[in-house]
Design a protein around this ligand. Structure first.
Ligand code: GDP
Ligand code: MN
Length: 384
């Protein structure tokens, strides 16, 4: 996932004709003073931390200034600070405008409809998650005809815009939809979309580029630095592998089962540290690769949770047994295996012959994992 900061998002907005206030990005408080003194950014202005987290307004990461000195002070107060775990390295300085109304619009990818949707709400400026469902209008957009006139008119109605403001919205939505399509976004959000002096202005920008289209966007390569080295290796091997901050390793097949496994572990007090989704594979070598990768993440215990379908239980068992032979002594970990489904008996027998006991009940297995984790932690504490 490539999430753009507001400043980068607004550059795209400009390119696609979505109106934004005049503004400049800077990494220094002195520069903030100069930009406002020399009126490259008109005063009064807004100073906004360029971080990926939302809620900056509430969190003190959006400030106002009426003089160059205040702009400098505000920038100095924000730059270098931590905001939700991110260090602020850059601020956006923008003309401060008088907001008459705050609205919300976005295009998002609805994965269950498999279509883009246009979301509109009169209640902008607050997190959309906190807005009552009845106050949010969602329209699926058919990609072949694209965003059509009546959809744009309905959005105008939802937002209570008429006359020149409706015309403004019409143009804005066309630009925003084109951005969504051409930049391969999975989300473009304007919150708030402000009514200012009889016109619409995007005061905030949230743009997320779809990961599967990343190869078409080398310009974002340097933004994609959120992967750990092991995640990078996994990606090259086409294994879905994600590192979290716990210490239990999870190997499952299919995104749904993988997520459910994480939930069940959490419910029993376990903290998942890395998870790996085998997906559908009938190749024991891929399973071996996956296990070897998992062992390099040094989990304190590994939970293997397989529901055999395309990925048969015996395939996984074979791959696992091969991996166990190859994992170096110091990287060994306790293992709890739960297998169900296609070729379950064969899988169980193969595991048994390698000394790995397998369970069949999910809750029993999760509890066993959490117990094993505690034992491992206690042993670790004694040797440390
Ligand atoms: P977020 O809180 O991270 O989503 O940051 P936003 O960019 O949405 O800014 C937060 C809030 O600051 C907005 O909802 C506005 O109410 C306010 N804000 C931002 N720019 C301006 C501006 O130019 N003038 C005024 N009056 N308020 C602004
Ligand atoms: Mn916002």
């Amino acid at each position: 996932m490539v999430k753009l900061t507001e400043g980068r998002g607004k550059e795209l907005f400009r390119k696609y004709g979505v109106p934004v206030p005049p503004g400049r990005l800077t990494r220094s408080a002195g520069e903030a003073e100069r930009l406002t003194r020399e009126q490259e950014v008109p005063l009064p202005c807004v100073i906004k931390a360029q971080v990926l987290a939302g809620g900056r307004g509430k969190g003190g990461a959006v400030r106002f200034a009426a003089t160059p000195e205040e702009a400098k002070e505000a920038a100095a107060a924000i730059l270098g600070q931590q905001f939700q775990g991110e260090t602020v390295r850059e601020v956006l300085l923008e003309r401060r405008v008088a907001i008459e109304r705050e609205l919300y619009v976005s295009f998002a990818l609805d994965r269950s409809l498999r279509l883009p949707i246009l979301i509109a709400s009169r209640q902008g400026g607050v997190e959309i998650e906190s807005v009552a469902d009845a106050a949010i209008d969602r329209q699926a957009v058919e990609p072949l005809p694209g965003l059509v006139a009546y959809e744009r008119r309905r959005a105008a109605g939802t937002l209570g815009l008429a006359g020149p403001l409706a015309a403004d919205l019409d143009r804005l939505l066309q630009g925003l939809y084109r951005l969504f399509q051409e930049e391969d976004a999975e989300l473009v959000e304007i919150n708030p979309l402000a009514v200012v002096d009889g016109h619409l202005l995007a005061l905030d920008a949230k743009v997320i580029i779809e990961d599967d289209a990343a190869f078409r966007h080398p310009e974002y390569a340097e933004l994609r630095d959120d992967r750990t080295p092991l995640e990078e290796i996994a990606r090259e091997k086409e294994i879905a592998f994600v590192q979290l901050d716990g210490n239990i390793g999870v190997i499952a097949n299919g995104a749904g089962l993988t997520m459910a496994t994480l939930d069940v572990l959490s419910r029993f007090g376990g903290r998942p540290g890395v998870f790996l989704d085998l997906g559908g594979t009938d190749d024991p070598n891929k399973v071996t690769e996956a296990f070897l990768l998992m062992s390099r993440a040094r989990p304190s215990v590994v939970f293997l949770n397989i529901f055999g379908g395309v990925t048969r239980c015996d395939t996984v068992a074979r791959g696992l047994v091969e991996a166990l032979k190859r994992v170096p002594e110091r990287e060994r970990f306790p293992l709890v295996a739960r297998i169900r489904g296609n070729n379950e008996a064969e899988g169980r027998a193969i595991l048994q012959s390698a000394g790995v006991t397998s369970l069949s009940d999910l809750h029993d297995s999760a509890q066993a994992v959490v117990e094993a984790e505690k034992t491992a932690a206690a042993a670790g504490a004694r040797t440390a």
